[in-house]
Design a binder for this molecule. Structure first.
Ligand SMILES: *Cc1c(COP(=O)(O)O)cnc(C)c1O
Length: 378
């Protein structure tokens, strides 16, 4: 392996070697669910059974750990399986701090799955450090941060959160799905764990559901995640691992191009009379702007905006767009738009006039022209 720490090089080479038996340059897909033992009963290649490990998953995990600058990674069959594994490392009676605008699926997981098992949690505004300190309890063992957040694009100070977690003897996990390791490296800022929905930018083409947990250290805490991966069995298929690794090769290029376009789209939207607010940390007026400049490389490729005349007008704008597809999810090559409150359901706290946008790789002038015509028609 190359000793480079440049993410472009790691994205292509980490965990990848030409196949020694065939010479194949592209990774070989190993579908076998079971692996042969040697005459003495040992497993010469280290693999026993596909739930426990698989060569494609090993390669992917090596690559993911390298991208985040971690010591180890565990790949899961979805981002939700990855976050659940982190919560399952805790004990009944433990307490978790959660951001008040956390991804709605993470909140639902704690509320509907983990709370009945005895895990307590408090939602707090993580942009307010005093509020975070005040919400700590004797049995707070995990601080879960998500930055930028979904869908309000609020930023959390990862280094400050890490200080608070260390003083408390709790672990800090950061959902880095929106920023990706291209724009933000939470482990370098003191986080203990990074969580991804690899269904988003890492997959990048809206054709994979996957997740990952990356650990700063290969310690007992990470061993527990590995144990839940193997014993819980929410593992990705070899083909999904193969596809993900193929997608990751272009991750740095995709994310930088998408972020540059998002910056221009955000600036355009901020100047439109039909737009009441744009949530994007790359805009100088945004509450996350200063923090974003210190902990992110750019504002990212996600933004949301509010339509001045309300929910019905927001729905009309979304419907009038030609290039943006109305669909949930994010991080793919195609631009998506979504009326978030109606997707999140009746318990949603998202403003009803808000549209969330995932900027793809189309030409930015085309995206802006499409938004322009849809706002005028709305
Ligand atoms: C999509 C998403 C998840 C959940 O991941 P799945 O792969 O859909 O299970 C978690 N966090 C964030 C920020 C997400 O966008």
């Amino acid at each position: 392996m190359t000793a480079s720490s440049h993410i472009e090089t790691l994205a292509i080479h980490a965990g990848r070697e030409p196949d020694t038996t065939s010479g194949a340059v592209a990774p070989t897909l190993t579908l076998s669910s079971t692996f042969q033992r040697a005459a003495d009963g040992s497993y010469p290649q280290g693999h026993i059974y596909g739930r426990a490990s698989n060569p494609n998953r090993d390669s992917l995990e090596t690559c993911l750990a390298a991208l985040e600058g971690g010591a180890a990674a565990a790949a899961f069959s979805s981002g939700s399986a990855a976050s659940l594994a982190v919560f399952q490392t805790l004990r009944s009676g433990d307490h978790v701090l959660l951001p008040d605008d956390v991804y709605h699926g993470t909140r639902a997981q704690l509320r509907d799955v983990m709370a009945p098992w005895g895990l307590a949690y408090t939602e707090v505004d993580m942009s307010d450090l005093d509020a975070v300190r005040a919400a700590l309890q004797p049995r707070t063992r995990l601080i879960w941060a998500e930055t930028p957040s979904n869908p309000l694009l609020k930023l959390t100070d990862i280094a400050a959160m890490s200080e608070i977690a260390k003083r408390q003897g709790a672990r800090l996990a950061v959902d880095n799905t929106f920023a990706t390791p291209v724009l933000q490296r939470p482990l370098a800022l003191g986080a203990d764990l990074v969580v991804h929905s690899t269904s988003k930018y890492l997959g990048g083409h809206s054709d994979i559901i996957g997740g990952a947990v990356i650990g700063a250290r290969a310690d007992d805490g990470f061993a527990k995640i590995r144990e839940i991966q193997g014993k819980g069995g929410a593992v990705p298929s070899p083909f999904d691992c193969w596809l993900l690794q193929r997608s990751i090769a272009t991750l740095p290029l995709r994310v930088r191009a998408q972020s540059a376009s998002a910056q221009r789209v955000a600036e355009f939207l901020a100047g439109q009379p039909q737009v009441a607010a744009v949530h994007y940390p790359g805009l100088p007026g945004d509450p996350g702007y200063a923090l974003g400049r210190s902990q992110m490389q750019s504002g990212g490729a996600m933004l949301s905006f509010r339509v001045r005349t309300g929910e019905a007008a927001a729905q009309t704008v979304a419907a009038n767009l030609g290039l943006f597809t109305q669909a949930t999810s994010l991080g793919g090559v195609e631009s998506l738009i979504e009326h978030r409150a109606s997707v999140e359901g009746p318990q949603s706290r998202t403003p009803r006039d808000l549209l969330r946008v995932s900027i793809g790789l189309e030409h930015v002038d085309d995206l802006i022209a499409d938004l322009d015509q849809a706002l005028r028609a709305g």
